[in-house]
Design a protein. Sequence first.
Length: 332
Amino acid sequence: MRVLVTGAAGFIGFHLIRLLTARGDSVVGIDNLNDYYSVALKRDRLAALAAEAGGRFTFHQVDFADMAALTAALADENIDRVVHLGAQAGVRYSIENPHAYVQSNLVGHLNLLEVARHRQLEHMVYASSSSVYGGNTKLPFAVEDRTDHPVSLYAATKRADELISESYAHLYRLPQTGLRFFTVYGPWGRPDMMMWMFTQKILAGTPIPVFNNGEMHRDFTYVADIVAGVVACLDNPPPDDGQEKAGGSTKPHRIYNIGNSRSEHLMKVVGLLEECCGKKAVIDFQPMQQGDVPATFADVSAISGDLGYAPTTSIEVGVPNFVRWYRDYHGA
Ligand code: NAD
């Protein structure tokens, strides 16, 4: 298969490309290498991919919100399917930088749909987020639950992407799968996310900010489980029987949760990080942050039933894996 992966220098994109190229697929990766977080880390991921994947991986530095630049970058590339992971991520940053989200997450998503439609690609898999569930208090979150009350612009753009995709499935019968990822962590992770920030601060002996006075629950999902789920989806486009029914469920578009399906108390993860770092954390309890939600918990029965998705990595295994990688990468 020849797969276009957007966000190729990003955390999940890196792991996905590793998996695809290892099984023999060819990957065209694109990323604009923006400086939302360390550009050096993004370049290190690309260097590792180039070394491992050799001729099965090609890369273009391009902003996919710029349709002309995107079209030019892909002009000579043959592609069968696309996994669109590139986005402006981060809930808190979206409150300060709204335009970046509209450009990358809305205009960019539309541009990828246009590429997929004009090239008649077999399947577009794209990243959504657990944040679309907003202030839901009914746990676990199921795909059918309410998603019309986002509490951040990031969440609003991810939900809008799902709706735009739905319209393309209806108008053009473009096969698509939207994936709502739940707090992804693991080696080569993101410096703006809790696992990385807490590890860095615990090792340095500086205070870690713990929001909602520690009363937070997250469905932490190990990155290898995420990319296994992405590949299972990529390989199995949603069927299209060509019939519209009341409720619209026969469009070739489906949305799945991908999580670990366990909601862990944040302080349990802090305890695991302390063990792995060999140091006690200095905790700075703080109130709930704007745009945040107290708990996430994925109901994964839909993707498990359809595609056999079964997460295998508990936080007791995944957190030490992350800290080992972090210390090795930083020589810490
Ligand atoms: P990431 O920030 O590491 O990767 C995203 C990549 O997209 C970055 O390398 C960035 O440079 C690139 N990018 C952003 N805007 C671009 C543009 N306009 N043109 C080209 N490249 C652009 O994030 P990630 O953790 O790998 O997340 C991948 C996807 O999964 C994102 O869509 C994110 O919203 C979603 N997601 C992630 C998590 C998580 O916990 N990591 C949770 C839910 C959803």
